[in-house]
Write a protein that binds this ligand. Sequence first.
Ligand code: 5GP
Length: 190
Amino acid sequence: MKMLENRIIAEGRVLGEDILKVDSFLNHQIDPVLMQAIGREIARLFDHDRIDKIVTVETSGIAPAVFAAAELGVPVVFAKKKAAITMTDENYVADVYSFTKKETNHIIIDKKFLNAAERILLVDDFLANGQAVNGLLEITDAAGANVVGAAVVIEKAFQPGHEILEQRGIRLESLAKISDFKDGQVVFAK
Ligand code: 5GP
């Protein structure tokens, strides 16, 4: 998505080996015009997939998920992050290790918001090592829901997250796909 790539080039900052900071439009300040375009693009890509619900993780997945859901006319459920929690009768819980924060969190979704056989689209801001997606898949599996695709705003394709989706045969759409960081600059996949 050209508009998104241009914003990444203009405003993104590469930190260290593998982190891209995009807090001026996605991770802290949010640009609603760009987010609406992202939502429309995700909706266009999954228009024929009879999506029942979008599932994401708080916090940064919520904005693109909501804009896409508004276009598709479906609800959004976001997994909540908790430092520590045990499984209860009311909640699905999964572990998510954050390589950026070097800590394990739990994500939880109330059982009443996921139903068996629902057609789910996963949406998130970044796909990196795939821990967040893996946690969401654990939860949707436990609910017996059917994940028909995943849409991420930015994929860092040099990290292994995409393999988790490939192994499960889940279609992945990345609106910006980064193949590398070279001398502090973003290189997009062809
Ligand atoms: P994962 O490694 O599980 O695929 O990524 C989990 C989460 O870490 C993403 O949803 C995102 O919030 C955050 N993250 C991973 N890599 C980056 C990055 O390069 N930049 C930013 N801003 N967040 C990242």
